[in-house]
Design a protein around this ligand. Structure first.
Ligand code: AFP
Length: 340
């Protein structure tokens, strides 16, 4: 990138302008998606600001604690959830919301209803909040089937039916990565403008990477293919260099690095958690959607992740996602285990 030229750039592609441009390619579009996205962006900006102030404002800590004024303190993830629910309902474009924070799905009241269903984790990686490590919001968007009342089945659809997915990472900068099904674009919040500006157009993941990312503390409980794969990363027998291990424990940050640098992120099944840890609707699907849109792959150990049909809103699944060639290798190891 020519940084000198960038510094003098005056034609800024904001996320709203980008989505409006996309919308103009579909003359039948009523602008509902643009409005919905604006509300998601507002939620991200609010959470970004709250995360930045967390240490000062004592927003961190247990939900239900009181501050010196005797006011109830909200934990950052509880606050983020409230912000997103309110922003999404007030957009007037949603009908069903599924949040990691809420046991039940929220059905928007008829007077405020629209056609979109949003599944989201308002603040993923929250165990990293207290030490200032990057955390993020993850979201996926479906549209309800025509006619009738919205039903839970409208969100229990395979990930390949999502219209859009993305995440916002609250780190050294605030970065929103979005796919509306035509590639992946990254936008960085310019705090002086309060706008997300297109900084990473058309992200493509390298075909093969040099990094693997996994919680190796679970190794004693892994299945054969995962154990063999990680062994191969560390001690390759084909003369290729060993891969580096990077693991933050915050899915947004680990996936963001994987998307930009290439490699593989895995949260496999293990003996203790036969379905892995990560949630299908608002972790596995949105990240798998982005990976595929960037030219990578996402696999559950049994099938393409986006083909999975969830039965419950908080269902979990093992996941292997990242560079095309790296995921091919793990797929081959699982295929070799299948009974002939
Ligand atoms: P928390 O929200 O409890 O911090 O969990 C984060 C997460 O869901 C995901 O962001 C990480 O990739 C994964 O869990 C890390 O899990 P381990 O701590 O088991 O490695």
């Amino acid at each position: 990138m020519d940084h000198a030229a960038e510094a003098h750039r005056t034609d800024l592609m904001t996320i709203t302008r980008y989505v409006l441009n996309e919308q103009s390619k579909h003359p039948e579009s009523r602008g509902d998606f643009t409005i919905l996205l604006n509300h998601i962006v507002l939620g991200c900006k609010f959470v970004c600001s709250a995360v930045n102030k967390a240490g000062l404002a004592k927003l961190i800590g247990l939900a239900g604690e009181t501050n010196v004024q005797g006011e109830e303190q909200k934990k950052l993830d509880v606050l983020s959830n409230e912000v997103f629910i309110k922003a999404l309902v007030s957009s007037g474009r949603t009908c069903i919301l599924v949040s990691e924070e809420d046991e039940e799905a929220t059905f928007v009241e008829p007077s405020k209803r629209g056609r979109y269903c949003v599944v989201f984790d308002p603040l993923d990686g929250s165990s990293n909040i207290d030490c200032g490590v990057s955390i993020g919001t993850i979201f996926g968007i479906y549209m309800i089937k025509e006619g009738g009342e919205p039903k839970l089945e409208d969100v229990l659809q395979p990930g390949k039916n999502m219209l859009a997915a993305g995440y916002c990472m609250y780190g050294s900068s605030c970065t929103l990565v979005l796919s509306t099904g035509a590639g992946v674009n990254g936008f960085t919040l310019d705090p002086s403008l309060g706008e997300f500006i297109l900084t990473h157009p058309d992200i493509k993941i390298p075909k093969k990477g040099k990094i693997y990312s996994v919680n190796e503390g679970n190794a004693k409980n892994w299945d054969g293919p995962t154990a063999k794969y990680v062994e191969k990363c560390k001690f390759p027998k084909d003369g290729s260099p060993a891969k580096s291990l990077r693991y933050i424990g915050s899915m947004v940050a680990d996936v963001h690095r994987t998307l930009l640098y290439g490699g593989i992120f895995l949260y496999p099944a293990d003996k203790k958690s036969p379905n892995g840890k990560l949630r299908v609707l608002y972790e596995v699907f949105p990240m798998s959607f982005l990976m595929e849109q960037a030219g990578g792959q996402a696999f559950t150990g049994k099938q393409r992740a986006l083909d999975l049909v969830p039965k419950k809103i908080h269902e979990r699944s093992p996941i292997f996602l990242g560079s095309y060639d790296d995921v091919e290798e793990i797929k081959a190891l699982y295929a070799a285990e299948e009974p002939k």
